[in-house]
Design a protein around this ligand. Structure first.
Ligand code: 4NP
Length: 156
């Protein structure tokens, strides 16, 4: 089983959206028995909380029902996950101190985006609701790239 952890700051907006959309794509591709995902935050701001209502609403608009409770990244996540995917450069840098040195599976989400490769997934928390749909579109493209990368890497 290949496992992927999506990480953002609060674990209520971007990373649970990535997790919900990723899981839907994996199921649709018939890879549900081979790949699984979870999400976590670098902060402790929203431990145990449900995703932001705007995240749930955006997913629902696209036919995806997702359940998650906020949690913080754990040192041991590097042993439990093959890939840890940071939503932005801040998360990426923070993660270097939160997981063991030498973990090979740390990537930036938009490393897999064919448009604006390497950019941040913008934090929509303080913006208007349109921001969430924008994040969805970015994730939609980037997750397709990530899934292609995983399939190639593991002969799936
Ligand atoms: P996320 O968005 O990192 O995509 O979950 C945020 C959620 C909450 C906060 C910041 C970003 N906050 O400052 O509480």
């Amino acid at each position: 089983m290949i496992s992927v952890l999506f990480v953002c700051l609060g674990n209520i907006c971007r990373s649970p959206m990535a997790e919900g959309l990723f899981n839907a794509k994996i199921e649709k591709s018939g890879l549900g028995d081979s790949i699984k995902s979870d999400s976590a935050g670098t902060s402790t701001y929203h431990l145990g909380k449900q995703p932001d209502p705007r995240t749930l609403e955006t997913l629902k608009k696209h036919g995806i029902i997702h359940h998650h409770r906020g949690r913080q990244v754990d040192f041991d996540d590097a042993n439990r996950f093959d890939y840890i995917i940071a939503m932005d450069q801040y998360n990426f840098q923070d993660l270097k101190y939160m997981i063991p040195n030498g973990f090979k599976g740390l990537f930036l989400m938009r490393n897999f985006d064919h448009m604006e490769k390497g950019a941040d997934v913008p934090d929509p928390y303080y913006g208007d609701p349109d921001g969430f749909e924008g994040v969805y579109r970015i994730l939609d493209r980037s997750l397709d790239g990530l899934i292609r990368y995983i399939r190639d890497n593991h002969n799936l």
